[in-house]
Design a protein around this ligand. Structure first.
Ligand code: SIN
Length: 294
């Protein structure tokens, strides 16, 4: 009998670049995240520049554009270059605010900071937002307030082939009530927050690569398993993310940084390590064009 030896290494993507036609990027970590300087997103963005941004985004999954000066219209206009803009399900409680802008503000008076726990944005939606772009204009005076991102292609690739096969046949429920009522104590809209079932392993629509698509922010259980089986499998997936720093990058915000991430193959987590100081930003998210598929 031959015993398969499972490798703990996932090789660097061979197609990954740092030079594109209109700019170069500086990697933040080897497997995810790159910093972009010298691109002004407030100016008209040519098709050529857009193609380079898309290529860099596909390579690095998370792009931090430094030194931006964007008003809300310019922020939304950049978002629209990727597709229609998403309206957050918690907008119903904030009718005075722009539906396409999610304010991300934390002060000494805040009961919570948005996204403090690994999650994929609004994965409870039947078609979750495919991308988000957070523009931070005020960073805490004491430092901190970073965002961690994780490469979920790589999380899938770190699993054994047997576990990949097992998870590949499953679907899981993602419920907006978990964060929005459970953590944020918000009042639900009429009919409740969205709740959707998605494959546990999805395929990125552009790259065709497989992704581990469960997150501790929204995923309540795996369909068709006993609750205790589901809990054990989900905890295994969540622990992989927490245990493996090589999946991560850490975006250290500077004021006027816009970070663009791909919700179809990443998760992220905000770090609230700056109490009682404040942090302010605004997020635009882009609608996906199809539900997650396996
Ligand atoms: C979010 O989940 O979009 C918020 C992330 C952050 O504030 O760093």
């Amino acid at each position: 009998m031959t015993v398969a030896v499972l490798s703990k290494h996932v090789p660097i993507q061979p197609t990954r670049r740092t030079r594109y036609g209109s700019f170069e990027v500086t990697p933040i970590s080897p497997h995810i995240g790159a910093e972009v300087r010298g691109v002004d997103l407030s100016k008209p963005i040519s098709e050529e520049l857009m193609a380079d941004i898309r290529a860099a985004w596909a390579d690095w999954l998370v792009l931090a554009f430094r030194d931006q000066r964007l008003d809300r219209e310019a922020h939304k206009a950049f978002g629209r270059r990727f597709g229609r803009l998403h309206v957050h399900p918690m907008h119903h409680g904030r009718p005075d605010q722009d539906p396409e802008i999610l304010v991300v503000k934390t002060t000494a008076q805040s009961a919570y900071t948005a996204g403090e726990g690994w999650h994929t944005d609004v994965s409870c939606d039947p078609i979750p937002p495919m991308a988000s772009m957070l523009y931070i204009t005020e960073t805490p005076e004491c430092g901190g307030g970073d965002t961690l991102f994780a490469n979920m292609y790589m999380a899938y690739e770190m699993l054994s082939p047997a576990m990949q096969d097992f998870l590949g046949g499953l679907t899981a429920v993602h419920d907006g009530a978990l964060p929005y009522i459970g953590s944020y104590k918000s009042t639900p809209p009429e009919g409740g927050y969205p709740r959707s079932e998605h494959p546990v392993v999805t395929r990125h629509p552009d790259t065709g690569r497989r992704v581990l698509f469960v997150n501790s922010g929204f995923t309540t259980h795996i369909a068709g398993l006993h609750r205790w089986e589901s809990r054990a499998i989900l905890d295994m997936c969540f622990q992989l993310l927490q245990r493996e720093p090589k999946l991560h990058c850490r975006v250290r915000w500077e004021p006027n940084t816009l970070t663009l991430w791909d919700n179809r193959c990443t998760q992220h987590q905000a770090v609230w390590d700056y109490y009682p100081y404040s942090r302010y930003g605004e997020r635009v998210s882009i609608l996906g064009d199809q539900p997650p598929t396996s």
